[in-house]
Ligand binder design. Structure first.
Ligand code: SAM
Ligand code: SF4
Length: 336
């Protein structure tokens, strides 16, 4: 049970930023192989090294008791993890929870949307980079657009408070589709965020500097078709939002290269192996799997390890598109 003292606690790093948001990657596996995220051949974490669903639930509970009441479940593809719905139910019932959200590629949403909503998931982000089945296949290497579309429809029917699309835009791959993707979002009354590719891991598919397409270019393309009105709205993440008058749609831009968002960073990430990453673009981390396995059921020790981790949260990231990536883990390890 949450005591008053616990729930009023806050996690504050040494730069004065409050961490109120944890993103939990429940698996590094995925049924897609998106070209910007993974290499075609990937070695995944052996199952024995994964945190169990119970351990993931315990860590989520520790965070919510420390004031990090927003929890995002991500991956890899979170919905391919066996019995993952149990974790959603457990986290959805935590007294300190403010908001449970999900990032998914949508491939399993047709079957799982209702259960996820019932477990307490409030908002869902679905990745969608193209409306053309052939292109979608080339970007995801194996994905089937019609399955994801069925997933999006199921999410809309299930009654989540908000559904948002995430599109990673690459020059010559899908940059010419941004206005159509926004039209799709407008027609379905949902939000969309455009993401600049981040140099995480070696992917072999393309030169990241060559395909870089900035948020400013995307915005200029959109403004030829749509009116974008800036808003100060936030969903607690790094997106800068614009409204399209006369529609319910917000258009967001996540711009790690062109608009660094580290100053207002409020989040940390847990990998599926239990490594607590203090920054997406740096390697500073704490091994929480060691903590939960060395001190089974000891909530105070776990919470103290999380409090202590705030001291090593770095000031920010520095992504560099030319040359080798500085960060060798792929995005599927950290969940974006
Ligand atoms: N599989 C789920 C999905 O695709 O939504 C969740 C995990 S995925 C790693 C989370 C988000 O990260 C997706 O929206 C994906 O497009 C984005 N992403 C993956 N690799 C990226 C990269 N190198 N740069 C920017 N975004 C990336
Ligand atoms: Fe899988 Fe998501 Fe990475 Fe695509 S972006 S390969 S769907 S984890």
């Amino acid at each position: 049970m949450n005591t008053l003292a616990e729930s009023s606690e806050r996690l504050v790093d040494k730069f004065g930023r409050t961490v109120n948001y944890v993103r939990i990657s429940v698996t590094d596996r995925c049924d897609f192989r998106c070209v910007y995220c993974m290499a075609e051949e990937m070695e995944f974490v052996p199952r024995a090294q994964l945190l169990t669903l119970e351990e993931l639930g315990l860590i989520a509970r520790a965070f919510t008791e420390l004031g990090a009441g927003k929890v995002r479940i991500t991956g890899g593809e979170p919905l391919v993890r066996r019995n993952v719905i149990k974790l959603f139910r457990d986290v959805g019932a935590l007294p300190g929870l403010r908001e449970l959200v999900l990032t998914t590629n949508g491939s399993h949403l047709e079957q799982m949307a209702d259960e996820l909503r019932a477990a307490g998931v409030r908002r869902v982000n679905i990745s969608l980079d193209s409306l053309d089945a052939g292109r979608f296949r080339r970007i995801t290497r194996v994905g089937e657009l019609s399955v994801v579309m069925a997933g999006i429809r199921a999410a809309l029917r299930a009654g989540f408070e908000r559904v948002k699309l995430n599109s990673v835009i690459l020059k010559h791959r899908n940059h010419d589709e941004v206005a159509d993707l926004v039209r799709f979002a407008v027609e379905h009354g949902i939000d969309i965020s455009f993401i600049e590719e981040m140099p995480l891991g070696i992917i072999g598919d393309h030169d990241r500097a060559e395909v870089y397409y900035s948020s400013d270019e995307i915005r200029a393309d959109l403004e030829r078709v749509w009116t974008l009105v800036p808003t100060t709205e936030t969903t607690g993440g790094p997106s800068r939002y614009f409204r399209i008058p006369g529609t319910g749609t917000r258009v967001g831009f996540i711009s790690p290269h062109s608009h660094n968002f580290c100053e207002s960073c409020n989040r940390v990430r847990l990998t599926c192996e239990g490594r607590l990453l203090l920054c997406l673009g740096q390697e500073h981390s704490v091994d929480l799997r060691h903590v939960v396995r060395a001190h089974p059921g000891d909530m105070q020790t776990l919470k103290q390890a999380i409090r202590d981790s705030m001291q090593i949260k770095p000031k920010g990231h520095e992504f560099n598109l030319s040359g080798k990536p500085v960060i060798f883990r792929h995005m599927n390890v950290t969940g974006g």
